[in-house]
Write a protein that binds this ligand. Structure first.
Ligand code: PLP
Length: 435
Protein backbone atom coordinates (compact mmCIF):
# COMPACT_ATOMS: atom_id res chain seq x y z
CA UNK A 1 0.00 0.00 0.00
CA UNK A 2 1.29 3.45 -0.97
CA UNK A 3 0.80 6.19 1.59
CA UNK A 4 0.38 9.43 -0.27
CA UNK A 5 0.66 12.60 1.80
CA UNK A 6 -2.21 14.94 1.03
CA UNK A 7 -1.40 17.26 3.96
CA UNK A 8 1.84 19.24 4.39
CA UNK A 9 4.23 17.43 6.75
CA UNK A 10 7.53 19.00 5.75
CA UNK A 11 8.02 21.09 8.89
CA UNK A 12 7.42 18.07 11.11
CA UNK A 13 9.72 16.02 8.87
CA UNK A 14 12.49 18.64 9.19
CA UNK A 15 12.09 18.93 12.96
CA UNK A 16 12.18 15.15 13.25
CA UNK A 17 15.43 15.01 11.28
CA UNK A 18 16.85 17.61 13.63
CA UNK A 19 15.58 15.71 16.69
CA UNK A 20 17.42 12.59 15.57
CA UNK A 21 20.61 14.50 16.27
CA UNK A 22 19.54 15.03 19.87
CA UNK A 23 17.46 12.05 21.00
CA UNK A 24 17.66 8.31 20.31
CA UNK A 25 15.27 7.68 17.42
CA UNK A 26 14.46 11.39 17.52
CA UNK A 27 12.09 10.99 20.45
CA UNK A 28 11.82 10.98 24.22
CA UNK A 29 9.38 8.06 24.40
CA UNK A 30 9.48 5.31 21.78
CA UNK A 31 5.91 5.13 20.42
CA UNK A 32 6.12 8.79 19.46
CA UNK A 33 8.47 7.90 16.61
CA UNK A 34 5.57 6.63 14.43
CA UNK A 35 7.48 3.41 13.68
CA UNK A 36 4.29 1.39 13.19
CA UNK A 37 2.42 3.94 11.11
CA UNK A 38 3.36 5.99 8.06
CA UNK A 39 5.35 9.19 7.75
CA UNK A 40 7.33 11.24 10.26
CA UNK A 41 5.77 11.96 13.66
CA UNK A 42 3.83 15.19 13.84
CA UNK A 43 5.35 17.94 15.91
CA UNK A 44 2.41 19.49 17.72
CA UNK A 45 2.51 23.22 18.32
CA UNK A 46 -0.66 23.89 20.24
CA UNK A 47 -4.01 22.57 21.34
CA UNK A 48 -7.35 23.99 22.35
CA UNK A 49 -10.29 21.91 23.52
CA UNK A 50 -10.68 18.81 21.35
CA UNK A 51 -8.33 20.14 18.65
CA UNK A 52 -4.62 20.47 18.14
CA UNK A 53 -2.39 21.92 15.43
CA UNK A 54 0.96 20.71 14.15
CA UNK A 55 3.93 22.78 13.02
CA UNK A 56 2.70 22.65 9.41
CA UNK A 57 -0.60 24.21 10.50
CA UNK A 58 -2.71 21.05 10.08
CA UNK A 59 -5.68 20.82 12.44
CA UNK A 60 -6.70 17.56 14.12
CA UNK A 61 -9.44 16.35 16.40
CA UNK A 62 -7.25 14.68 19.00
CA UNK A 63 -8.16 11.26 20.41
CA UNK A 64 -4.73 10.60 21.91
CA UNK A 65 -5.19 13.35 24.52
CA UNK A 66 -1.54 13.07 25.57
CA UNK A 67 -2.12 9.33 26.12
CA UNK A 68 -4.91 9.89 28.62
CA UNK A 69 -4.19 12.78 30.99
CA UNK A 70 -6.28 15.36 29.12
CA UNK A 71 -9.78 14.37 30.22
CA UNK A 72 -10.84 18.00 29.82
CA UNK A 73 -9.15 18.53 26.47
CA UNK A 74 -6.31 20.89 25.66
CA UNK A 75 -5.68 24.19 27.44
CA UNK A 76 -8.79 24.07 29.60
CA UNK A 77 -9.32 27.67 30.82
CA UNK A 78 -9.97 26.75 34.47
CA UNK A 79 -6.92 24.49 34.73
CA UNK A 80 -4.81 27.09 32.94
CA UNK A 81 -5.95 29.84 35.28
CA UNK A 82 -5.08 27.79 38.38
CA UNK A 83 -1.67 26.86 36.95
CA UNK A 84 -0.82 30.45 36.00
CA UNK A 85 -1.88 31.73 39.40
CA UNK A 86 0.38 29.16 41.05
CA UNK A 87 3.39 29.63 38.74
CA UNK A 88 3.34 33.34 39.56
CA UNK A 89 4.19 32.47 43.18
CA UNK A 90 7.07 30.14 42.36
CA UNK A 91 7.13 26.64 40.98
CA UNK A 92 8.59 24.40 43.65
CA UNK A 93 9.83 24.66 47.22
CA UNK A 94 10.57 21.11 48.27
CA UNK A 95 8.38 21.68 51.32
CA UNK A 96 4.84 20.68 52.16
CA UNK A 97 2.34 23.02 50.51
CA UNK A 98 -1.35 23.79 50.84
CA UNK A 99 -2.23 22.73 47.29
CA UNK A 100 -0.94 19.24 48.02
CA UNK A 101 -3.27 19.08 51.02
CA UNK A 102 -6.16 20.29 48.91
CA UNK A 103 -5.62 17.68 46.21
CA UNK A 104 -5.08 14.96 48.81
CA UNK A 105 -8.29 15.94 50.59
CA UNK A 106 -10.31 16.13 47.38
CA UNK A 107 -9.20 12.66 46.39
CA UNK A 108 -9.58 10.97 49.77
CA UNK A 109 -12.97 12.61 50.49
CA UNK A 110 -14.31 11.24 47.23
CA UNK A 111 -12.54 7.89 46.91
CA UNK A 112 -13.74 5.41 49.54
CA UNK A 113 -11.21 2.77 48.43
CA UNK A 114 -8.28 4.79 49.83
CA UNK A 115 -7.22 6.22 53.20
CA UNK A 116 -3.76 7.62 52.53
CA UNK A 117 -1.86 8.75 49.44
CA UNK A 118 1.67 9.61 48.39
CA UNK A 119 2.27 11.82 45.35
CA UNK A 120 5.11 11.04 42.94
CA UNK A 121 5.93 12.33 39.45
CA UNK A 122 4.91 9.62 36.98
CA UNK A 123 2.88 6.45 36.63
CA UNK A 124 6.06 4.39 36.47
CA UNK A 125 7.26 5.88 39.72
CA UNK A 126 3.89 5.15 41.35
CA UNK A 127 4.07 1.49 40.29
CA UNK A 128 7.72 1.13 41.32
CA UNK A 129 6.90 2.54 44.75
CA UNK A 130 3.80 0.38 45.14
CA UNK A 131 5.85 -2.75 44.44
CA UNK A 132 8.41 -1.77 47.05
CA UNK A 133 5.61 -1.10 49.51
CA UNK A 134 4.03 -4.50 48.82
CA UNK A 135 7.37 -6.19 49.31
CA UNK A 136 8.06 -4.19 52.44
CA UNK A 137 4.67 -5.02 53.95
CA UNK A 138 4.71 -8.73 53.16
CA UNK A 139 8.42 -9.45 53.45
CA UNK A 140 8.14 -11.41 50.19
CA UNK A 141 9.83 -10.69 46.87
CA UNK A 142 8.01 -12.11 43.89
CA UNK A 143 5.35 -10.38 41.83
CA UNK A 144 2.54 -11.90 39.82
CA UNK A 145 1.54 -9.99 36.70
CA UNK A 146 -0.63 -10.66 33.64
CA UNK A 147 0.34 -10.94 30.05
CA UNK A 148 -0.98 -7.89 28.19
CA UNK A 149 -0.89 -5.50 31.16
CA UNK A 150 1.59 -2.63 31.06
CA UNK A 151 2.83 -1.00 34.22
CA UNK A 152 5.38 1.52 33.04
CA UNK A 153 9.07 0.91 32.49
CA UNK A 154 9.83 -0.54 35.93
CA UNK A 155 12.65 -3.14 35.66
CA UNK A 156 10.75 -5.96 37.31
CA UNK A 157 7.73 -5.43 35.06
CA UNK A 158 9.58 -5.19 31.75
CA UNK A 159 9.23 -8.91 31.46
CA UNK A 160 7.54 -11.28 29.11
CA UNK A 161 6.36 -14.79 29.63
CA UNK A 162 8.87 -17.50 28.83
CA UNK A 163 7.67 -20.90 27.70
CA UNK A 164 5.42 -23.08 29.81
CA UNK A 165 2.32 -22.23 31.81
CA UNK A 166 2.86 -20.12 34.91
CA UNK A 167 6.20 -18.80 33.89
CA UNK A 168 8.92 -16.83 35.50
CA UNK A 169 9.55 -13.78 33.41
CA UNK A 170 12.35 -13.22 31.01
CA UNK A 171 13.28 -9.61 30.51
CA UNK A 172 11.69 -7.85 27.54
CA UNK A 173 14.29 -5.09 27.51
CA UNK A 174 18.03 -5.14 27.36
CA UNK A 175 19.42 -3.89 30.63
CA UNK A 176 16.94 -5.70 32.84
CA UNK A 177 18.94 -8.35 34.71
CA UNK A 178 17.54 -11.86 34.41
CA UNK A 179 17.65 -12.21 38.18
CA UNK A 180 15.31 -9.24 38.45
CA UNK A 181 13.00 -10.60 35.75
CA UNK A 182 12.84 -14.00 37.36
CA UNK A 183 11.14 -12.53 40.43
CA UNK A 184 8.12 -11.80 38.26
CA UNK A 185 5.63 -14.51 37.37
CA UNK A 186 3.42 -13.99 34.35
CA UNK A 187 0.15 -15.66 33.50
CA UNK A 188 -2.61 -14.81 31.00
CA UNK A 189 -5.55 -12.67 32.04
CA UNK A 190 -8.76 -14.41 33.00
CA UNK A 191 -7.37 -17.91 33.57
CA UNK A 192 -8.75 -18.78 37.00
CA UNK A 193 -7.38 -22.30 37.22
CA UNK A 194 -3.87 -21.19 36.39
CA UNK A 195 -4.17 -18.32 38.86
CA UNK A 196 -5.14 -20.74 41.63
CA UNK A 197 -2.42 -23.22 40.67
CA UNK A 198 0.22 -20.49 40.56
CA UNK A 199 -0.76 -19.10 43.94
CA UNK A 200 -1.01 -22.55 45.48
CA UNK A 201 2.56 -23.23 44.44
CA UNK A 202 4.20 -19.83 44.91
CA UNK A 203 2.11 -17.67 47.30
CA UNK A 204 4.66 -18.10 50.09
CA UNK A 205 7.11 -16.04 48.03
CA UNK A 206 4.67 -13.69 46.20
CA UNK A 207 4.31 -10.17 47.62
CA UNK A 208 1.58 -8.97 45.29
CA UNK A 209 -0.62 -9.50 42.29
CA UNK A 210 -0.53 -6.45 40.04
CA UNK A 211 -3.19 -5.92 37.38
CA UNK A 212 -4.58 -3.22 35.17
CA UNK A 213 -8.22 -3.73 36.16
CA UNK A 214 -9.10 -2.18 32.82
CA UNK A 215 -6.18 -3.29 30.64
CA UNK A 216 -5.74 -0.44 28.16
CA UNK A 217 -2.12 -0.52 27.03
CA UNK A 218 -2.27 -3.49 24.71
CA UNK A 219 -5.63 -2.95 23.15
CA UNK A 220 -8.56 -2.51 25.49
CA UNK A 221 -9.01 -5.92 27.09
CA UNK A 222 -12.15 -5.34 29.14
CA UNK A 223 -12.41 -7.95 31.89
CA UNK A 224 -15.46 -9.36 33.64
CA UNK A 225 -16.15 -8.11 37.13
CA UNK A 226 -16.12 -11.71 38.36
CA UNK A 227 -12.47 -12.06 37.32
CA UNK A 228 -11.45 -9.01 39.33
CA UNK A 229 -13.46 -10.31 42.25
CA UNK A 230 -11.68 -13.65 41.85
CA UNK A 231 -8.31 -11.82 42.11
CA UNK A 232 -9.51 -10.14 45.28
CA UNK A 233 -10.63 -13.35 46.90
CA UNK A 234 -7.54 -15.34 45.88
CA UNK A 235 -5.24 -12.58 47.11
CA UNK A 236 -6.91 -12.68 50.52
CA UNK A 237 -6.90 -16.44 50.58
CA UNK A 238 -3.19 -16.67 49.78
CA UNK A 239 -2.10 -13.68 51.84
CA UNK A 240 -0.69 -11.61 48.99
CA UNK A 241 -1.52 -7.96 48.28
CA UNK A 242 -3.63 -6.92 45.30
CA UNK A 243 -2.44 -3.85 43.38
CA UNK A 244 -4.77 -2.17 40.91
CA UNK A 245 -2.67 -0.19 38.45
CA UNK A 246 -5.14 2.56 37.70
CA UNK A 247 -2.74 4.90 35.94
CA UNK A 248 -5.16 4.98 32.97
CA UNK A 249 -8.46 4.00 34.58
CA UNK A 250 -8.14 6.16 37.71
CA UNK A 251 -10.39 9.25 37.52
CA UNK A 252 -11.16 8.18 33.94
CA UNK A 253 -14.01 5.67 34.13
CA UNK A 254 -15.37 7.46 37.18
CA UNK A 255 -13.83 9.39 40.05
CA UNK A 256 -13.20 6.13 41.88
CA UNK A 257 -11.74 4.50 38.78
CA UNK A 258 -12.00 0.78 38.21
CA UNK A 259 -12.15 0.02 41.95
CA UNK A 260 -15.42 1.93 42.09
CA UNK A 261 -16.64 0.88 38.65
CA UNK A 262 -16.44 -2.78 39.59
CA UNK A 263 -16.71 -2.21 43.35
CA UNK A 264 -13.67 -4.32 44.10
CA UNK A 265 -11.36 -3.17 46.92
CA UNK A 266 -7.67 -3.57 46.06
CA UNK A 267 -4.93 -3.25 48.70
CA UNK A 268 -2.91 -0.63 46.83
CA UNK A 269 -3.90 1.61 43.90
CA UNK A 270 -1.52 3.44 41.57
CA UNK A 271 -2.39 6.59 39.66
CA UNK A 272 -0.96 8.81 36.96
CA UNK A 273 -2.25 10.46 33.78
CA UNK A 274 -5.58 12.19 34.68
CA UNK A 275 -4.48 12.89 38.27
CA UNK A 276 -1.99 15.55 37.13
CA UNK A 277 -4.25 17.62 34.88
CA UNK A 278 -1.58 17.45 32.13
CA UNK A 279 1.45 17.75 34.45
CA UNK A 280 3.80 14.96 35.55
CA UNK A 281 2.04 13.55 38.59
CA UNK A 282 1.58 10.03 39.84
CA UNK A 283 0.37 8.71 43.18
CA UNK A 284 -0.11 5.54 45.10
CA UNK A 285 -2.55 4.96 47.88
CA UNK A 286 -3.91 2.34 50.24
CA UNK A 287 -5.32 1.93 53.73
CA UNK A 288 -3.66 3.87 56.55
CA UNK A 289 -2.27 0.60 57.93
CA UNK A 290 -0.48 -0.20 54.66
CA UNK A 291 0.65 3.34 53.91
CA UNK A 292 2.11 3.68 57.42
CA UNK A 293 4.93 1.43 56.18
CA UNK A 294 6.19 4.35 54.05
CA UNK A 295 9.00 6.59 55.33
CA UNK A 296 9.15 8.63 57.48
CA UNK A 297 6.31 6.78 59.26
CA UNK A 298 7.67 3.34 58.42
CA UNK A 299 10.69 1.51 57.00
CA UNK A 300 9.88 1.57 53.25
CA UNK A 301 11.90 4.40 51.72
CA UNK A 302 10.46 6.53 48.93
CA UNK A 303 11.12 10.19 48.13
CA UNK A 304 11.00 12.80 45.36
CA UNK A 305 12.56 16.23 44.79
CA UNK A 306 9.62 17.56 42.80
CA UNK A 307 6.93 15.36 44.36
CA UNK A 308 3.67 17.26 44.97
CA UNK A 309 5.14 20.45 43.59
CA UNK A 310 2.53 23.20 43.75
CA UNK A 311 2.11 23.74 40.01
CA UNK A 312 1.37 20.09 39.32
CA UNK A 313 -0.90 19.96 42.37
CA UNK A 314 -2.82 23.04 41.16
CA UNK A 315 -3.34 21.44 37.76
CA UNK A 316 -4.46 18.14 39.26
CA UNK A 317 -6.74 19.88 41.72
CA UNK A 318 -8.42 21.94 39.00
CA UNK A 319 -8.81 18.90 36.75
CA UNK A 320 -10.29 16.70 39.46
CA UNK A 321 -12.64 19.45 40.66
CA UNK A 322 -14.04 19.56 37.15
CA UNK A 323 -14.40 15.77 37.17
CA UNK A 324 -16.63 16.03 40.24
CA UNK A 325 -19.23 18.10 38.38
CA UNK A 326 -22.45 16.05 38.69
CA UNK A 327 -23.06 13.94 35.58
CA UNK A 328 -19.53 14.47 34.24
CA UNK A 329 -18.59 10.80 33.81
CA UNK A 330 -22.03 9.74 32.59
CA UNK A 331 -21.86 12.31 29.80
CA UNK A 332 -18.37 11.25 28.63
CA UNK A 333 -19.44 7.61 28.68
CA UNK A 334 -22.61 8.35 26.69
CA UNK A 335 -20.72 10.30 24.03
CA UNK A 336 -18.12 7.55 23.75
CA UNK A 337 -20.76 4.84 23.54
CA UNK A 338 -22.60 6.71 20.79
CA UNK A 339 -19.40 7.12 18.77
CA UNK A 340 -18.31 3.51 19.23
CA UNK A 341 -21.68 2.05 18.31
CA UNK A 342 -21.96 4.26 15.22
CA UNK A 343 -18.57 3.03 13.98
CA UNK A 344 -19.50 -0.56 14.75
CA UNK A 345 -22.85 -0.27 13.00
CA UNK A 346 -21.11 0.92 9.84
CA UNK A 347 -18.52 -1.85 10.02
CA UNK A 348 -21.22 -4.48 10.51
CA UNK A 349 -23.29 -3.14 7.63
CA UNK A 350 -20.28 -3.31 5.31
CA UNK A 351 -19.01 -6.59 6.66
CA UNK A 352 -15.72 -5.06 7.87
CA UNK A 353 -13.88 -7.05 10.55
CA UNK A 354 -13.80 -4.32 13.19
CA UNK A 355 -15.46 -3.65 16.51
CA UNK A 356 -15.01 -0.93 19.09
CA UNK A 357 -14.63 -2.04 22.71
CA UNK A 358 -15.22 0.91 25.01
CA UNK A 359 -15.64 1.69 28.68
CA UNK A 360 -16.20 5.14 30.16
CA UNK A 361 -14.41 7.47 27.75
CA UNK A 362 -11.82 4.93 26.56
CA UNK A 363 -12.23 3.17 23.20
CA UNK A 364 -10.21 0.90 20.95
CA UNK A 365 -10.44 0.03 17.27
CA UNK A 366 -10.27 -3.77 17.47
CA UNK A 367 -9.93 -5.93 14.39
CA UNK A 368 -12.03 -9.04 14.03
CA UNK A 369 -15.55 -9.41 15.36
CA UNK A 370 -15.01 -11.49 18.51
CA UNK A 371 -14.64 -9.95 21.96
CA UNK A 372 -10.95 -9.75 22.93
CA UNK A 373 -10.05 -10.21 26.60
CA UNK A 374 -6.50 -11.56 26.41
CA UNK A 375 -3.47 -10.32 24.52
CA UNK A 376 -2.96 -13.60 22.65
CA UNK A 377 -6.28 -13.01 20.89
CA UNK A 378 -4.88 -9.96 19.09
CA UNK A 379 -3.74 -10.82 15.57
CA UNK A 380 -0.66 -8.74 14.75
CA UNK A 381 -1.32 -9.23 11.01
CA UNK A 382 -4.37 -6.95 11.34
CA UNK A 383 -2.19 -4.00 12.28
CA UNK A 384 -1.71 -3.31 8.54
CA UNK A 385 -5.36 -2.16 8.58
CA UNK A 386 -4.61 0.17 11.45
CA UNK A 387 -1.68 1.66 9.56
CA UNK A 388 -3.94 2.56 6.65
CA UNK A 389 -6.72 3.87 8.90
CA UNK A 390 -4.22 5.97 10.86
CA UNK A 391 -2.79 7.44 7.67
CA UNK A 392 -6.20 8.24 6.19
CA UNK A 393 -7.32 9.86 9.42
CA UNK A 394 -4.26 12.12 9.56
CA UNK A 395 -5.09 13.23 6.02
CA UNK A 396 -8.62 14.13 7.07
CA UNK A 397 -7.82 15.77 10.41
CA UNK A 398 -8.27 13.04 13.01
CA UNK A 399 -5.36 12.16 15.32
CA UNK A 400 -5.18 8.71 16.90
CA UNK A 401 -2.21 7.43 18.90
CA UNK A 402 0.29 6.01 16.36
CA UNK A 403 -0.17 2.31 17.12
CA UNK A 404 -3.03 -0.11 16.73
CA UNK A 405 -2.35 -1.42 20.23
CA UNK A 406 -3.13 1.97 21.74
CA UNK A 407 -6.56 3.05 22.93
CA UNK A 408 -8.27 6.36 22.19
CA UNK A 409 -9.70 8.83 24.67
CA UNK A 410 -12.75 11.06 24.44
CA UNK A 411 -12.49 14.22 26.52
CA UNK A 412 -15.08 16.57 27.93
CA UNK A 413 -14.02 19.00 25.20
CA UNK A 414 -15.14 16.67 22.39
CA UNK A 415 -18.54 17.93 21.28
CA UNK A 416 -21.19 15.72 19.75
CA UNK A 417 -20.43 17.47 16.45
CA UNK A 418 -16.71 16.60 16.82
CA UNK A 419 -17.61 12.98 17.41
CA UNK A 420 -20.01 12.87 14.46
CA UNK A 421 -17.31 14.34 12.25
CA UNK A 422 -14.87 11.73 13.56
CA UNK A 423 -17.31 8.88 12.96
CA UNK A 424 -17.75 9.94 9.33
CA UNK A 425 -14.01 10.13 8.80
CA UNK A 426 -13.28 6.87 10.59
CA UNK A 427 -15.89 5.13 8.42
CA UNK A 428 -14.31 6.63 5.29
CA UNK A 429 -10.87 5.45 6.47
CA UNK A 430 -12.26 1.95 7.00
CA UNK A 431 -13.52 2.00 3.41
CA UNK A 432 -9.95 2.63 2.26
CA UNK A 433 -8.43 0.04 4.61
CA UNK A 434 -10.83 -2.81 3.99
CA UNK A 435 -11.54 -2.46 0.27
C1 PLP B 1 0.85 5.02 31.43
C2 PLP B 1 0.86 3.88 32.37
C3 PLP B 1 1.93 3.65 33.25
C4 PLP B 1 3.20 4.46 33.20
O1 PLP B 1 2.96 5.80 33.50
P1 PLP B 1 4.10 6.88 33.06
O2 PLP B 1 3.55 8.16 33.60
O3 PLP B 1 4.14 6.81 31.56
O4 PLP B 1 5.35 6.47 33.69
C5 PLP B 1 1.82 2.62 34.16
N1 PLP B 1 0.72 1.87 34.23
C6 PLP B 1 -0.33 2.06 33.41
C7 PLP B 1 -1.54 1.19 33.55
C8 PLP B 1 -0.28 3.06 32.44
O5 PLP B 1 -1.31 3.23 31.62
Amino acid sequence: MQYEQRIPRQTSADLFEEAKGYFPGGVNSPVRAFRSVSGPPLFIREGKGSRMWDEDGNEFIDFCCSWGPLIHGHAHPYIQEKVMETVARGTSFGTPNRLGNQLGKLILDNHPYLERLRFVSSGTEAVMSALRLARGVTGKNKILKFDGCYHGHVDSLLVKAGSGLATFGTSSSAGVPENVAKDTLIIPLNDRDLLEATLAQHAHEIACIIVEPIPANNGLLIQDRSWLECLRIKAWKHNVLLIFDEVISGFRVGFTGAAGYYDVQPDIITFGKVIGGGFPVGAYGASKAIMDHIAPEGPVYQAGTLSANPVAMAAGLAALELCLTPGFYELQAEKTHAMATAIEAYARQRGYPLHVPHIGSIFWLAFGTERITRSDQIDAANMQYFKTIHHELLQTGIYLGPSGYEVGFVSAAHTVADLQEAVGKICAAMDVAFW
